[in-house]
Structures are given as C-alpha cells and as structure tokens.
Design a protein around this ligand. Structure first.
Ligand code: PLP
Length: 399
C-alpha cells in the first residue's frame, strides 16, 4: 500500500468535529446531545435569503467568475463602508467560505518554514491551514486569568525571527470572545510596520461585539494598508454556514494576483451561495438586532450559569458566540469524550470542544473547554444542568 503523505499525517483533527462519531453513537443509543461544540448558529437565516433560493430560476447552473460575481463584491464593499472599512470591489475576492480565504492567504503569502505569530488559544483550523502551507505557527499564549487579553507586545517581539512573515489575529475572537482594544491593535500595527509583516485579520464575527467597546478592524490601522489580509464570511452573521461564501480582502495587489491563481485553479466559488449571499446583504436591520439581542441574552445566561457551577470559571466574552471555560477536570479531551460515551443525565448529555486543540501545546488547554452559545436559553439551561451533573460524576474531577 502506498503511504499517506507526511503532510496528511501531520494534519491535526478538528477539536470541534473529532468527537462527532461518539456523539453519533450516543444519539443512536437514544441520548439527546446538546451541541455546544460547534459555531453553527441555530437562529433562522434571514427570510430575504431564503426567498432568494426559492426564486432561483436559472436554466444552467454554471461556473461564476473565479473571484466571484461583481454584483456581490459591490454589495460587500458597501457593507464594509458601514464599518468604515475603506475598500472597493477590486480589493475583494469571493471564496468558498472564510476557510478557503485563510487557506489561499497562507498559500499565497507563506513559504514552507515561514512563521506566523498568533495569540492563543486560537481557532483550530488555522493550524490545519498553516500545516497545509508548510508554515509554522508561533503562539503567544493568553491566559484565562487575564480574560484572554492580548499578552504584552514584548512577547510577540521575542518570537520575531528571520522566518517571521506575519501576525494572525481573530477579532472578535474565536474561541475566547475577546475583542482587541484600540491600544492593542495599535501595538500590533507598530509591530507589523516595524518588521514588515503581513497582518492576517479574521473578522468574521464583527457583528457580535457586546460591550460597547469599538470594533477595530485591521483596515482601521494607518500605515499598514498593504500588509493587511482580511478574512471574512457570511456564515455567522446570517446563519448561512451551509452556503460556503466568504471573502479575502486586501489592498495588496501582489497578494491578490497570487490568490487569484488559486481561485482560478478551483474554478469558481459556489454559484447558489453567491446568489443567497448577495440577497443577504439587504437583510433588514431588525433581523440583525434580533440576532444580536439573542446572543447578548444567551451570553449572560450561559456565563452566569457556568460561574455558578462549583469549580467552574469563565470570563465574560466581549464578542463572537463562544467562551473558553476552565473546569475542575484532569483532561478536557478525556472529559469531552467521556460525556459522549459514558455519561448521561436523564437521557441527555453535552458535547463541547476540548480547548487542548486550540493551543499549539495541548497542555495549555487541558482543563479548558470551548462552549458555543448557539442554543436557545431553555436548551442552555438544560445543558448547564447536565454539565453540572457530569462534573459531579466524572472520575477525573480535580477539586
Ligand atoms: C474565526 C473563524 N474564521 C473562519 C471560519 C470559517 O468559516 P466559514 O468557512 O464557514 O466561512 C470560522 C468558522 O467557524 C471561524 O470561527
């Protein structure tokens, strides 16, 4: 038998999805599983988007331009202007989800062995895409005690080497919910400028900032316009994870030229998804407010509930719809697997993402889990009770 490539072997499993077979088995045994593991919003997609699907009357389901439909890009540019992101249609490339935007950004900007500095815990698929590009993530670890604030900028400086090529941030952050302050963003800008790095900025959760603190886009930072590669997606803001539409936005012509070659090789972003995404750009304000208010309530409900469980601690996330909580357990991988394979409370259990997969050194997340608040409050209430009962019963409890 031929061997799997070293790259294929080295690809990490997704901490968000790797326990799915255990969840399926639990469901086959008749157990209800509360999915707190995945950022799949449960809120309905805007009616205007669903209507667009119903009204599709194409004769041929053909390829679209490799960089996406100009009409979608133009609407997206107008959308960015609402956030004071000063870009035009020409700066935007439509991708198959934000995931492909990350992939193409890394493939275009990084040579094998090049390094990107990333605050951790970090969205796990960055590791997978870096791995695919042969690049190396150099983590700067933030801590739950500090509410996952950006570590001192000196920690970033310490990691700068001749192989350093970029800084990668996610703002608001998945998995921590942290929202970078103006001062933190300025420090990142200074570093990017000083060492002439790329700034990969994943801003797919920009709608979800809850504290009144401003959302600072990488494009709001002066003097590094050519260094910024912004990652975007419609998945989260319109509950449209399944249409697979995202975008890579950059003013850097060379980066766009390279990304376009990857786009051409995969021919076209999804046709139907683009039609839906374009319609979604006209989603009424009331929808956005309803979604926002819902997450605000859930956030409070979840964090209060978590912090009431003995031994559990969660900071208050400022954005996105996740939190990283510390649990009184020996090993989050073991605990999350045990929840699905060995535990139930009145026919129910919970599925969470072990935070070990969000750190380069899994030890940093041994007693942490990522929880997504993508269930309604009634379900969250049940899930919290099940979690509390599970922690009482878990053989690897530490306190
Ligand atoms: C931070 C972040 N970036 C990118 C993505 C990719 O999303 P998609 O490929 O659905 O656009 C996700 C999905 O969970 C995410 O959380």
């Amino acid at each position: 038998m031929p061997h799997i490539s070293q790259r294929g072997q080295a690809m990490p499993e997704s901490p968000i999805r790797k326990l799915a077979p255990l969840a399926n088995k639990a469901k086959a045994r008749g157990i209800k599983v509360f999915h707190l593991n995945i950022g799949q919003p449960d809120l309905p997609t805007p009616e205007i988007a669903l209507e667009a699907i119903r009204n599709i009357s194409l004769r041929i389901l053909e390829y679209s331009p490799s960089d996406g439909f100009p009409s979608l890009k133009s609407k997206l540019a107008a959308y960015y202007h609402r956030f004071k992101i000063d870009v035009t249609e020409e700066h935007i490339i439509i991708t198959s989800g934000g995931s492909e935007a990350v992939n193409f950004a890394f493939m275009s900007c990084l040579n094998p062995g090049d390094e990107i500095i990333v605050p951790e815990p970090a969205y796990a698929n960055y590791t997978a895409f870096a791995q695919a590009a042969g690049a190396v993530l150099r983590p700067v670890v933030s801590s739950i005690e500090e509410g996952f604030a950006l570590p001192p900028i000196e920690k970033f400086e310490e990691l700068i080497s001749p192989r350093s090529k970029g800084i990668l941030i996610c703002n608001p952050n998945n998995p921590t919910g942290y929202l970078y302050t103006r001062s933190e963003m300025n420090k990142i800008r200074d570093l990017v400028r000083k060492h002439d790095l790329y700034l990969f900025s994943d801003e797919v959760y920009r709608e979800f900032c809850y504290t009144g603190a401003p959302y600072i886009s990488a494009f709001h930072l002066d003097g590094i316009e050519e260094n910024v590669v912004l990652i975007d997606s419609v998945s989260k803001r319109y509950s449209e994870c399944g249409i697979r539409i995202g975008a890579l936005v950059t003013k850097n012509k060379e980066v766009r030229k390279s990304v376009m070659k990857f786009c051409q090789a995969r021919l076209s972003p999804p046709l139907l998804g683009q039609i839906v995404a374009e319609a979604s750009m006209d989603t009424p304000e009331e929808y956005m407010r309803y979604v926002y208010d819902e997450y605000v309530e859930r956030r409070k409900f979840l964090i209060d509930g978590l912090n009431r469980i003995p031994g559990v601690y969660s900071p208050i996330p400022m954005g996105a719809f996740y939190t990283v909580a510390r649990l009184p357990i020996d090993d989050s991988d073991r605990f999350c697997a045990w929840l699905l394979s060995d535990f139930e409370y009145e026919g129910r259990t919970v599925m969470m993402a072990p935070a070990s997969g969000f750190y380069s050194n899994p030890e940093n997340g041994r007693n942490e889990v990522r929880i997504a608040y993508v269930l309604d409050k009634e379900e969250l209430k049940e899930a919290l009770l099940v979690l509390q009962k599970a922690l009482e019963a878990y053989p690897g409890r530490t306190q």
